[in-house]
Design a protein around this ligand. Structure first.
Ligand code: HEC
Ligand code: HEC
Length: 362
């Protein structure tokens, strides 16, 4: 017995020794890997997004030349939150797309560098993985292009041009090394765009009460008033014509008359196409997390969801280019309340875990 135990102990000790040296070997390999850039293997492996209920894998828009990898997500996260990615070290993407506010900023129009105000409200950065065309007027054809747009916007991150932005990042050793590990070409405007776009594709919202009701067939997931609201949304209230599909957007542009009647009108989509029919047209935004992203519309002019529904109920604002899809709806008070109750069932999950890194590349 005693002997057996002793032997056991000896074996244990030997075993410990063996695994100890195995650990040491592993550590050496790890250090070697870091120093030689071999970590690229694991970091470069393609990552599949885990989509919450209600979102569709077949609808993902991930360019062939920018697959999602762990290395890019880590790098994109640093860039998204790093205030040094601005002319005066005070602005990051998260200044206006605040994670706990479902990536908006609670302002009618955003405030950028030197406290300058732009003319538009910050939309959510959620569920961008399902769309190509970005911004209220669709001027960015890809999320990669969108991801570097704000950097040289004089009232957002404030760089004079992309060269100035790339030079600043290149002056930070940690970024230089990390970009080299993830992209062969190092820091360029393209690789900055690819990293930030990849990170943004991980901002998801699904598995809301609506999804559990609709995709999950859980009849108790939403209230009766929300059920009536859903029926109105898809029918009499006409919302689903434009807020179509699982992401509640047709990714198209419409003039609802928002902002008309003011001295200066934002012509929206017209700036991009120069076509008369696009005057005052704006992209149909997703309605996911809409409860958390007030104020509403491209100019932030509507404070609450009740205001939004009342706006549609009156038929938008008359102007020469008003969409023919918009008309007075004749919804009574209860119907308007039902509609708002439905909109509030679109708060889900897939983004609450997103937090600023504690340290940044030095
Ligand atoms: C000063 C505030 C501000 C900063 C900083 C900022 N944004 Fe924005 N963002 C906005 C505003 C305002 C819009 C709408 C502009 C427009 O459509 O013309 C917008 C639009 C977007 C959109 C488009 C969403 C859609 O539905 O089309 C995305 C995505 C986005 N920003 C991500 C980013 C990223 C990534 C960064 C950092 C590189 C960033 N933003 C920096 C305010 C800001
Ligand atoms: C003709 C297409 C169309 C129809 C119909 C429509 N919407 Fe919209 N919706 C849009 C567009 C486009 C915008 C952005 C308009 C702007 O800012 O100028 C928008 C904006 C919104 C917003 C604000 C989103 C944000 O992030 O600021 C909400 C909420 C909304 N719609 C809900 C509804 C509801 C509820 C209905 C039905 C009563 C409805 N919509 C009908 C196209 C439409």
């Amino acid at each position: 017995m005693g002997k057996a135990n002793d032997r056991h102990r000896i074996n244990e000790r030997n075993g410990t020794k063996r695994s100890c040296s195995r650990h040491l070997l592993f550590i050496f390999f790890f250090l070697y890997a870091i120093s030689s850039g071999h970590l690229q293997m694991a970091e470069a492996e393609e990552m599949k997004l885990k989509l919450p209920l209600g979102l569709k894998t077949s609808a993902l828009k991930i360019p062939a030349d920018n697959p999602i990898t762990k290395g890019k997500v880590v790098l994109g996260r640093f860039l998204f939150f790093d205030k040094r990615l601005s002319k005066d070290d005070r602005i990051s993407c998260a200044t206006c797309h605040i994670p706990v506010l479902a990536f908006t900023d609670r302002q009618p129009v955003s405030i950028g560098i030197n406290r300058q105000q732009g003319g538009r409200s910050a939309p959510t950065a959620l569920n961008r993985a399902f769309t190509n065309v970005q911004f209220w007027d669709g001027r960015a054809p890809t999320l990669e292009a969108q991801s570097v747009g704000p950097l040289t916007n004089p009232i957002e991150h404030g760089f004079m041009n992309n060269d100035e932005m790339v030079a600043k990042l290149n002056s930070i050793d940690g970024y230089k090394k990390q970009f080299k590990m993830v992209f062969k070409t190092g820091i360029t405007v393209e690789t900055v765009g690819k990293a930030i776009a990849t990170y943004q594709r991980t901002f998801l919202s699904g598995n809301s009460p609506f999804d559990r009701f609709d995709a999950g067939n859980d009849s108790k997931a939403i209230s009766d008033t929300a059920k009536r609201g859903l029926k109105l949304f898809r029918g009499k209230a006409r919302c689903g014509i434009c807020h179509a599909g699982f992401n509640f957007s047709d990714e198209s542009f419409h003039n609802l008359g928002v902002g008309w009647g003011h001295e200066v009108v934002d012509v929206g989509r017209y700036n991009v196409t120069q076509k008369k029919k696009d005057i005052g047209g704006f992209k149909t935004p997703t309605l996911r997390e809409i409860e958390h992203t007030a104020p509403y519309m491209h100019d932030g002019s509507l404070a609450t969801l009740d205001d939004v529904v009342a706006f549609y109920n009156q038929g938008g604002v008359t102007n020469p280019f008003l969409s023919q899809l918009v008309m007075p709806l004749k919804l009574n008070d209860m119907e308007q309340k039902d509609l708002v109750a439905f909109l509030k069932t679109l708060s889900g999950e897939g983004w609450q875990q997103i937090k600023e890194p504690e340290t940044f590349p030095k």
